[in-house]
Design a protein around this ligand. Structure first.
Ligand SMILES: [Zn+2]
Length: 101
């Protein structure tokens, strides 16, 4: 299946482009469309859907499996990733202050 973004020719039955990480099928686009509590998201290092575009998969994932930061390589130098790290740090700081009350 040819990738619509980078034109890489992927084998059939591939959910994500092997070169640029673009979701190629409807199943792939559903893979990370789940929401959970902040403690689960940060604890399991889940990848937000809004940050998935442009990432490169580092290993095979099953259809329907939630993606984590361990499954992908992020594009370099994105402001959105810096903001996500800042957000997580804010959450961790808030969690610590809640425990101290
Ligand atoms: Zn591609």
């Amino acid at each position: 299946m040819k990738c619509s973004k980078c034109q890489f020719d992927n084998p059939d039955a591939t959910n994500f482009c092997g070169k640029c990480g673009m979701p190629l099928t409807a199943d792939a686009r559903k893979t990370y469309g789940l929401a959970d509590k902040a403690e689960v998201v940060y604890g399991d290092r889940l990848l937000p859907i809004g940050l998935a575009e442009g990432c490169t998969l580092q290993r095979d994932v099953k259809a329907g499996q939630v993606l984590s930061y361990d499954d992908v390589e992020l594009p370099k130098g994105r402001l959105c990733d810096e903001l996500r790290t800042w957000q997580e740090n804010q959450y961790q700081t808030w969690k610590i202050s809640e425990k101290c009350r």
